[in-house]
Design a protein around this ligand. Structure first.
Ligand SMILES: [Zn+2]
Length: 185
């Protein structure tokens, strides 16, 4: 059976009917996405086991059909779900972030942000076609947060460390110097 992600969506050659993708794959099957996550995980204090995050499953449930918006355009809808391992920028420990992306995209070859039709999001592609693999990879890369930190304070190690640092600032570096000066008298 061929991989459904290798199918091509074209904006110039409309399909008839509905093409459904119900597929599971792993993060490691997306090379650029893996690189983005790997560079985020470089910030970790203790390196993460690569097999753990590379083997996270990606659930892909999508439908592709053509809709008529003056001209016939490909519409991709459904949901993509996975979990990213990322580094908390506060405490440099691992966060496992659940990713659930509702998809409702019209593929187009120029920026149509100002289009009066707000029912869909517009996704600009280079050229006149894109593979399902590349489309899903682009969507997933854009969903990697630029700045991640633990949402609950109790999960984040940095808060207990802050208290320790506050205590240390009570020791002024000048107190020793003052003692030395007093002894010279
Ligand atoms: Zn944290």
């Amino acid at each position: 059976m061929s991989n459904p992600l290798s199918s091509i969506v074209s904006i110039t050659k409309p399909i008839s009917g509905v093409y459904s993708v119900d597929f599971q794959c792993k993060i490691k099957e997306f090379e650029k996405l893996s690189q983005v996550i790997a560079s985020d995980l470089e910030h970790l204090e203790n390196p993460e086991d690569d097999d753990m995050w590379l083997n996270q499953l990606i659930d892909i449930k999508l439908q592709v059909k053509n809709v008529n918006l003056g001209i016939s355009m490909p519409h991709v809808s459904g949901e993509v779900r996975t979990s990213f391992f990322l580094a908390c920028q506060n405490c440099l420990q691992t966060i496992i972030k659940k990713i659930e992306l509702p998809i409702n995209l019209i593929l187009c070859d120029r920026d149509r942000e100002d289009d009066s039709n707000n029912k869909y999001d517009y996704w600009e592609i280079l050229g006149d076609s894109i593979s399902m693999h590349n489309l899903i990879e682009e969507i997933l890369i854009l969903s990697v947060p630029l700045y991640t930190k633990h949402e609950a304070e109790k999960e984040c190690l940095v808060f207990s460390e802050t208290e320790v640092t506050d205590g240390e600032t009570l020791h002024s570096p000048f107190s020793d110097l003052k003692n030395q000066l007093n002894n010279k008298k």
